[in-house]
Design a protein around this ligand. Structure first.
Ligand SMILES: Cc1ncc(COP(=O)(O)O)c(C=O)c1O
Length: 369
């Protein structure tokens, strides 16, 4: 039995009739970009996150770029970013001309609050938290630090739709929350898509203007904006998926709970994911950590021989990527992040995963020596 690390067909099949009916409705509507589906989705998504506003954009990267741009953060400014993230988090900062200042993560892969203050300088304008793999950062402590230093707080929620800390949902803690609806995300579209969430009407309004060539009134352009609009088809399909979000999240939690319960790694070959007290994890990924790099490479090969797919999220941390070579960070600058990059491994995790598939993965992992 071939088991993929992730798959999107099952998530489509679960609500196939509803998706197909909505797609036809939009196709027949005669209106395809920024229309009533987008408006309804923005209202429903804001209600789901518990913010006053949500603004649909073309991708998660655009959400991040527009967030920092709307906050007026640019050249000469520094933004604190956790070092162990997907590179798009950092690009959202640097596309605005601002400088990312990396900070190491804690045991749960979130920005380590104990290491933020030593990275703050008189140029620091904001902190970007990434609720990586679907588990929220330590938001109480981070919010206190941000407030004490008068900084802006931006959340990268590309992997954390529906995750909570202290009962509050991610995307509602910061000045702006940034979401991706890339098809493999927990709330996935059928193409690219993204959104920002905020309680600030001025920021929401500004992002609406920026996403549409800097225009509020047709053919009147206030600023050099971008074309980053959510289309009607994606918004309509996202509305269908959003209406099932609680079941989608619950199913992922149950798959994770079974991994937690039944995985019994031999002689410390790997560790299961650490859980943050007070947080709910929505398991965009179920990430184990191998004893060392060599063990991880053996594990990947061993699983591959048994037709079980895995993915490394992410093998090269942004500070060591070629793209950010100009920042001049040497290997060894962020040892925790680098250790994670060498040892993390995401196990198969997707909506619609069968018990048989999961039992096969667990059986193989428990027999690994
Ligand atoms: C943590 C994180 N931030 C940002 C992004 C960028 O989102 P998108 O692919 O929609 O541009 C992604 C996903 O790709 C992500 O995982």
């Amino acid at each position: 039995m071939k088991i993929m690390a992730g798959r999107m067909d099952r998530g489509f099949e679960a609500y196939q009739e509803e998706f197909e009916a909505k797609a036809l409705e939009v196709l027949r509507s005669g209106w395809y970009v920024l229309g009533k589906e987008v408006e309804s989705f923005e209202k429903e998504f804001a209600a789901y996150i518990g913010t006053n506003h949500s603004v649909g954009v073309a991708s998660g990267l655009d959400a991040l770029y527009l967030a920092f741009r709307a906050l007026g953060i640019g050249k000469g400014d520094e933004v604190i970013v956790q070092a162990n993230t997907y590179i798009a988090s950092v690009m959202g900062v640097t596309m605005n001309g601002a400088t990312p200042v990396f900070v190491e993560p804690d045991e749960c892969y979130g920005l380590d609050p104990a290491k933020i203050e030593e990275a703050i300088t008189d140029k620091t304008k904001a902190v970007l938290v990434v609720h990586l793999y679907g588990q929220p950062c330590q938001m109480d402590e981070i919010a206190r630090i941000v407030k004490r230093h008068g900084l802006k707080l931006v959340e990268d929620c590309a992997q954390s739709h529906g995750a909570t800390f202290g009962g509050q949902i991610t995307g509602s803690f910061g000045d702006i929350g940034c979401f991706s609806f890339y098809p493999s995300k927990n709330l996935g579209a059928f193409g690219d898509g993204g959104a920002i969430t905020t309680n600030d009407s001025e920021l929401a309004d500004r992002i609406k203007m920026l996403r549409n060539y800097g225009s509020r009134v047709r053919y009147y352009n206030e600023e050099v904006g971008v074309n980053s609009r959510l289309d009607e088809l994606q918004a309509g399909l996202l509305r269908v998926r959003l209406s099932h979000m609680d079941e989608i999240t619950e199913e992922r939690k149950q798959i994770a709970a079974l991994y937690d319960k039944l995985l019994k790694p031999e002689a410390g070959a790997f560790d299961k994911p650490a859980k943050r007290p007070g947080a709910t994890h929505v398991y965009h990924q179920y990430v184990i950590r191998a004893r060392d790099r060599e063990t991880r490479e053996r594990l990947i090969e061993y699983l591959k021989e048994r037709e079980i797919g895995t993915i490394i999220h992410y093998p090269i941390p942004p500070h060591l990527s070629e793209a950010y070579g100009y920042l001049g960070h040497a290997k060894g600058s962020y040892p925790i992040t680098e250790k994670y990059a060498d040892t993390v491994l995401s196990l198969p995790m997707y909506n619609g995963m069968t018990h048989e598939e999961q039992a096969t993965v667990i059986g193989a992992l428990n027999a690994f020596r």
